[in-house]
Ligand binder design. Structure first.
Ligand SMILES: [Zn+2]
Length: 207
């Protein structure tokens, strides 16, 4: 989802310049800002799912905490991801589900900004009934997978710089609980190709 905002965001010092040499590694740096620190198993699963969705297009990520950003890290591309709510399993079937966007990316003056919000509470509420029916050791992994899919969706908007959606796959405009719970969710070919092209330009500097 895309959120239109007015004005200009200031206050963040982020270096995004081509970073080659020193081993030639090229990656996208994700600065994360969790409202509440997630359980390790959830964070691991978010990272695994993002890698699984993005690796067919060749994209690689490094994760950093926004709070520890010193402004001196050099990356080929950066994005800042705010995770609101609690990215953990709530062990209660009685809480009401919350409707609304699971994630959104900011846009202003026709440009996509590298800032996304992921609403962990809404994602968890959407899949909770199913999560609670699973063995405990699977619950956090499945929740992390769901969050990773929403994150991949928002990163598609940022990296390809588009507000467009597809009819199927990770770039579809809204997710059902089943989309978040299914064994696998990938981009359709067109979106996967767009991401591959973006990556190729990033690695070669557009030449
Ligand atoms: Zn979207």
């Amino acid at each position: 989802m895309i959120r239109l905002i007015r004005g200009f965001l200031v206050g963040l010092v982020l270096a995004a310049v081509p970073a080659f040499g020193g081993g030639g590694a090229v990656y996208i740096r994700l600065y994360t800002d969790f409202q509440q620190a997630p359980p390790d198993a959830v964070l691991d699963s978010i990272q695994d799912e993002l890698a699984k969705i993005m690796s067919p297009s060749g994209l690689a990520f490094q994760w950093s905490s926004l709070a520890e950003n010193r402004g001196n890290e050099v990356s080929a591309q950066v994005a800042v991801i705010h995770f609101s709510g609690h990215c953990g399993v709530v062990n209660s079937a009685t809480l009401n589900s919350q409707s609304g966007a699971l994630g959104w990316t900011d846009m202003t003056d026709g440009a996509i900004l590298p800032f996304s919000d992921i609403d962990c509470d809404r994602i968890e509420a959407l899949v909770r009934a199913n999560l609670l029916a699973k063995p405990k050791q699977e619950q956090e992994e499945v929740l992390g997978r769901a969050v990773g899919r929403v994150l991949a969706h928002e990163l598609y908007h940022i990296l390809v710089s588009t507000a467009r959606h597809s009819s199927q796959g990770v770039a579809k405009p809204s997710y059902s609980a089943q989309d978040l719970l299914s064994k696998s969710l990938q981009f359709e070919q067109k979106e996967s190709d767009e991401l591959r092209r973006y990556w190729s330009d990033l690695v070669t500097g557009g030449f």
